[in-house]
Every structure is written in structure tokens, then in C-alpha cells.
Design a protein around this ligand. Structure first.
Ligand code: EPU
Length: 428
């Protein structure tokens, strides 16, 4: 097993280039199944979730060719299977997008329930509601989600909860359906807009992505295209928070600053100075961070996927901060790990009260999920002494070259195997 070993206490300084967005890539790649000819997808992040989706596309019968580390050519013309097995689906949440994409392509999909981060129950009732509104029958058979129909027609769907996944899945199923589909109370995340742009560049007719009403006029055919995925809002936010947490001075490049507004607003409240360029953002923080209140919400609110990282920064802020989780039922599982490092956090339901301490101490901790793992790295960078982080496979799902990027900013972080680690865990 691999671990990260971090010697904390160094201020991050320098420039880091942000990779393509995980949550856009994992929607755009399955959407290639809807094309009648090959697509080239550029600016993909080099992360294990992307590899998993590409493997899945290959297993379904697509030809997948890596043109370089971040560009892949996918020819979906030979796809002959509608089954995504449990082995293929187990490690990623986005496997559910194969339901919408295969339904749109083959009018039939059998997909194992998705894996991914554990935030308590992760229902797909809104996805199913959408498929049914388009005329599909959905059932659970032998532990697999089965969706099928003779033909897909347009339909109106009001989402009872704002769901990124349901919005994407309904778009995928509706884009080649006969007639017009309207999704109300749709999610507005940047990756929803990116998927719509990708589908439109293939010949789809999608309007309103980025607002809460999306209208999709079904088209007969989608053609292959070349498309570049947007930069990763959450990777960008993670480096901004890490910079502030280490009282550093960091410029992130290849970003869309508009996507970072809610994150930047909170960082400014903590006392950071933020300078925005066209495609870059510089942040620096002098002195101790100030307390603040954060409530996570669907876009354009503060992203839930930045909540653990922000809580970590606030762990050493001056004063008491309050974080309210407005998206997931159970996204404070990382708090136990943070308290091992000396943070003072009280969780009551969906609220965490963080009493800022002077400093964090190193400790052996775990990445309980992807963003929790990023938070542990930030905590390790802030802490005095050597921190070891276990279960880093969660982090590899979503952060490209994280050791290399933090090292280039002056951090002392290494990826080691169990036998090379300093023995912090063996002592326990
Ligand atoms: N929900 C339902 N029914 C559904 C779908 C969702 O009740 O059918 C609820 C969920 O339980 C949750 C809320 O709606 O309380 C929002 O869930 P959503 O469907 O938006 O989440 P998701 O599509 O499963 C994506 C990201 C997550 C991110 C959430 C919220 C991807 C692959 N995943 O998940 O990202 O936390 O949106 O923004 O896009 C991450 O990148 O670390 C990550 C977990």
C-alpha cells in the first residue's frame, strides 16, 4: 500500500497549472458513446477515474487510443454491449452516466450501482425519474440497474433535489430522443455547461445549460468532434486553500476565474489577498487566517467538494468558524482525522463548529474519501512534523500529479510504499 509522507511547515510559493476537470471529463467521456464517428477529447486530467471510464468504454467495444497523456481518441462505432459490470463500476460514481449514454445510444443499459466516495446514502431516484419521463422502464435486477425502452421521447422533468448526476444523465438520454425534453430545477455546475457544449459541438440542440431550466431538442444523429475539457474548479480551489493555509503565495494558471468566485469570496473573508487575471489567480495570505461561516450549496454556491479543504484552513483560524453542509447528509467523516492532528471541531448533524487552534500537529491519518484526502494533505502541509496519510487511492481518483505539483510549490511531500514509510503506523 502507498502513503503520502509530508514534512509540514513550509510556505507554498510559485505557480501551478490546473488540469482538466474530473467531473466534466467523467461526463464527456461516456457521452462519446452517442457519436456516430470518433471523437478526440483533450485536456483530460491524468487520474484513475479517467482511466476507469476509458477502460469501461473499451470493454463496451469502443476503440480507445491515447494520443498523449491528456488526449484520447475514442471510436465508439463498434460498441456492441450495454452492460457495465460491478467490477467496472465499483470504483467510480460516474459509472451511472453509462445508464444515460447507453440508453441514448442503444435504448438499453444494464449498469452496476456506482461506487465512489461514501457520503452516506447516494440515491439515483432523480436519474430514474428522468429516464421514466422519457419513456424508459427502469428496474433493479440481480443487483444491476436495468433501463430499456422501444423508443425514447422527449419529456418534462422537475428535479426534486438539485442533482448534478441526474441533470447529466437526463441530458445524455434526451439528446437523441424524439421531441423536446425540459429539465427544471436543473443543476448549474460548470461541468453541466461543459457537457452541453460538448454535445452541441457534436450537433445536439441543448439550450439553457448553466441555468436551472435546460431544454433539449432531440436530434437524429451526433457526429464525432474534437473537444477540450474545462479546467478543474475543485483542483484549483484546493491549491488556493493550500496556499492560504500555509501562508504562501501561489499563482494557479489555466483556470476560469468565474468558476472560482464562491471559493475566492470565502478566502478573501479569511484575510487572503486574491488577484485575478484572465486565466490565472494569485493568492497570498499574511498572518493568521480569520474565522468565517461557510454553507455549501449547489453552484453557484460554495461547492461541497471544497468543504473539507476549507474546514482544514479554518482549523487554525483566529476565532470560531461554522460550516454547514447543504448538499450531502454525511460529509464530515474526515473530522475524526483532523481532530487527530489537534483540530477542535464539533459536528452536530450537518453543521461543524471549528474552534481555531494555533497550530496542527502531525499524526498518522487516513484519506476517507477524495476531497477528505486533499484536506489531509493540506493539514499535513500546515502541521509541524511528519504526517503520513493512508488510503491515498482516493486522492489518485481525482488529483493529477499531486506530489509533483505540491513539490514544485516547495512542499516536502513524498509517495512511499508501506515498507519505506517512517513507521508512524507500525508504532500504533
Ligand atoms: N440526490 C438524490 N437523488 C438523486 C441524486 C442525488 O436525492 O437521484 C441527492 C444526493 O443524495 C445529494 C444531492 O442530491 O444529497 C446532490 O447529489 P448530486 O446528484 O448532485 O451528486 P453527484 O452527481 O452524485 C456530483 C459530483 C460530486 C459532488 C456532487 C455535488 C461527479 C462525478 N460527482 O456527484 O463530486 O460532490 O455532484 O456537487 O460529478 C467529488 O468530486 O469529490 C465529488 C464527490
Amino acid at each position: 500500500m502507498e502513503k503520502f509522507v509530508i514534512k509540514g511547515g513550509k510556505r507554498l510559493k510559485g505557480t501551478v497549472r490546473i488540469s482538466g476537470a474530473k467531473n466534466a471529463a467523467v461526463a464527456v467521456l461516456p457521452a462519446v458513446l452517442l457519436a456516430d464517428s470518433p471523437c478526440v477529447i483533450e485536456n483530460l486530467p491524468e487520474i484513475s477515474d479517467v482511466t476507469a471510464i476509458c477502460n469501461c468504454l473499451e470493454a463496451l467495444g469502443s476503440k480507445v487510443k491515447y494520443l498523449d497523456n491528456t488526449t484520447v481518441e475514442i471510436d465508439p462505432t463498434g460498441v456492441n454491449s450495454f452492460v457495465v459490470s460491478a467490477a467496472m463500476a465499483k470504483n467510480m460514481r460516474a459509472s451511472s452516466y453509462f445508464l444515460g449514454a447507453l440508453l441514448g445510444r442503444m435504448k438499453r443499459a444494464r449498469v452496476a450501482p456506482p461506487g465512489g466516495c461514501n457520503f452516506g446514502v447516494r440515491p439515483i431516484d432523480q436519474h430514474i425519474k428522468g429516464f421514466e419521463a422519457l419513456g424508459a422502464k427502469v428496474s433493479i435486477e440481480n443487483g444491476m440497474v436495468e433501463a430499456r425502452c422501444q423508443k425514447l421521447g422527449g419529456g418534462s422533468v422537475y428535479l426534486d433535489v438539485v442533482s448534478v448526476g441526474a441533470t447529466i444523465n437526463i441530458m445524455l438520454a434526451a439528446v437523441k430522443a424524439r421531441g423536446t425534453t425540459v429539465i427544471e430545477n436543473a443543476a448549474r455546475e460548470p461541468h453541466i455547461v461543459d457537457l452541453a457544449n460538448f454535445l452541441n459541438s457534436m450537433g445536439a440542440n441543448i439550450m439553457g445549460a448553466g441555468t436551472n431550466v435546460i431544454k433539449i431538442r432531440g436530434v437524429e444523429q451526433l457526429n464525432g468532434t474534437t473537444y477540450s475539457v474545462i479546467p478543474d474548479q475543485i483542483e484549483a480551489g484546493t491549491y488556493l486553500v493550500a496556499a492560504a493555509a500555509t501562508k504562501g503565495d501561489v499563482t494557479i494558471t489555466n483556470v476560469i476565474p468565474k468558476h472560482l468566485e464562491s471559493i475566492i469570496a470565502k478566502l478573501v473573508e479569511t484575510g487572503a489577498t486574491v488577484e485575478q487575471g484572465d486565466e490565472d489567480v494569485r493568492i497570498y495570505l499574511k498572518g493568521r487566517a480569520k474565522k468565517c461561516k461557510v454553507k455549501t450549496m449547489p453552484h453557484p454556491g460554495f461547492p461541497t467538494d471544497m468543504q473539507p479543504q476549507m474546514a482544514t484552513l479554518l482549523a487554525t483560524a483566529d476565532g470560531t468558524s461554522i460550516i454547514t453542509e447543504g448538499v450531502w447528509d454525511n460529509r464530515f467523516r474526515y473530522v475524526d482525522q483532523l481532530t487527530l492532528m489537534g483540530a477542535q471541531v464539533q459536528v452536530d448533524g450537518k453543521t461543524a463548529v471549528i474552534t481555531g487552534v494555533e497550530k496542527l500537529n502531525s499524526a498518522p491519518v487516513k484519506a476517507v474519501d477524495l476531497r477528505a484526502g486533499a484536506a489531509m494533505i493540506i493539514a499535513g502541509l500546515m502541521a509541524e512534523g511528519t504526517t503520513e496519510i493512508e488510503e491515498i487511492q482516493h486522492i489518485d481518483r481525482g488529483y493529477e500529479k499531486i506530489v509533483e505539483k505540491f513539490t514544485a510549490l516547495g512542499a516536502d511531500i513524498k509517495r512511499v510504499t508501506d515498507s519505506e514509510a517512517g513507521g508512524l503506523f507500525k508504532a500504533n
